[in-house]
Design a protein around this ligand. Structure first.
Ligand code: ZN
Length: 75
């Protein structure tokens, strides 16, 4: 039952299979697309580089890696 709450905003998740509630997941998807676009252009970027380029936090990028949203060869 510990998976019931969205780790981002703390609200109850509508969909237990998603990592976040719908609102946070939508934002998460947008950020993932941003990262994917960047990696398409510059596939050798490290997580730190991605964080700097996108303005996203390293914590956020690690969340994405954790959920398998994008792949880094060095991870
Ligand atoms: Zn949320």
């Amino acid at each position: 039952m510990e998976e019931r709450f969205c780790p981002e905003c703390g609200h109850v998740k509508e969909e237990w299979t998603l990592p976040f509630c719908h609102a946070c997941y939508k934002q998460f998807r947008l950020e993932i697309n941003q990262v994917k676009e960047l990696l398409k252009k510059q596939p050798t970027l490290s997580v730190m580089d991605i964080a700097r380029e996108t303005g996203l936090s390293v914590r956020r990028l690690k969340q994405m890696l954790e959920f398998g949203s994008f792949q880094r060869p060095d991870y």
